[in-house]
Design a protein around this ligand. Structure first.
Ligand SMILES: C[S@@+](CC[C@H](N)C(=O)[O-])C[C@H]1O[C@@H](n2cnc3c(N)ncnc32)[C@H](O)[C@@H]1O
Length: 202
């Protein structure tokens, strides 16, 4: 990991109030795909990790029975809570939690995450996927993020090599298959941004 959890939390605390402004078309396309592919039913509990200001969690709230949003940045969570309050959404619970310690004991049907897992190094990403799939056994796992379909290009705007640590698509797919999940979709938004959908093998 190129920054500690505390350093990442501080970085996002500092940008929380402006976070929703000026997002790239690729960010919007990735977010929309994660929302579309998560496709919860009215009975599903969704765990959204690295929830930030609630882009995924708040979009899924009208459909799912319960959404659990977890993040390491208290100020990002404050923004998410303010948005939920303003919209009168009561089915979302935001609290601190991280990929490797999600701080949620209940059953989970679907796990989502968007533009967050790339803060972990590859061995931690693999461990997080393994722990989450083993512990919650979600019916579906939807991972949208910076990921390399091609050679990494630090001149592209989607990641900052000083703080971000994106994986290749191959490594992410491998992490799911190693834990007994089948990858059912890989969608490229850009050659450095994509969405992976995985589900347990029958
Ligand atoms: C680029 S934002 C994405 C937020 C949101 N998912 C979205 O689509 O707008 C990344 C978020 O991941 C959070 N984050 C970074 N490392 C994390 C970790 N280890 N566990 C949980 N959240 C983390 C950050 O605090 C930040 O809110």
């Amino acid at each position: 990991m190129k920054r500690s959890i505390e350093e990442h939390a501080k970085r996002f605390d500092a940008k929380a109030e402006e976070y929703d402004e000026d997002k790239s078309p690729e960010y919007h396309a990735c977010r929309d795909l994660v929302i579309e592919l998560a496709a919860p039913t009215s009975e599903d509990v969704v765990l959204d990790l690295g929830t930030g200001t609630g882009a995924i969690a708040l979009a899924l709230a009208p459909v799912a029975t319960r959404i659990i949003g977890r993040d390491i940045s208290r100020r990002m969570l404050d923004q998410a809570e303010a948005k939920a309050d303003a919209a009168g959404i009561e089915t979302v619970t935001f609290d601190t939690g991280r990929f490797l310690e999600p701080n949620f004991e209940g059953a989970v049907d679907i796990i989502t995450t968007n533009f967050a897992l790339h803060h972990l190094d590859d061995s931690q990403k693999r461990l997080a996927i393994e722990q989450l799939c083993t512990r919650y056994a979600p019916r579906r796992f939807v991972l949208g993020d910076v990921m390399f379909f091609d050679r990494p290009d630090p001149d592209e705007p989607f990641y900052n090599p000083e703080v971000d640590d994106p994986a290749t698509v191959g490594r992410l797919v491998e992490a799911f298959t190693e834990v007994g999940y089948a990858v059912t979709a890989v969608k490229a938004v850009h050659d450095q941004v994509g969405v992976i959908v995985a589900q347990p093998l029958p």
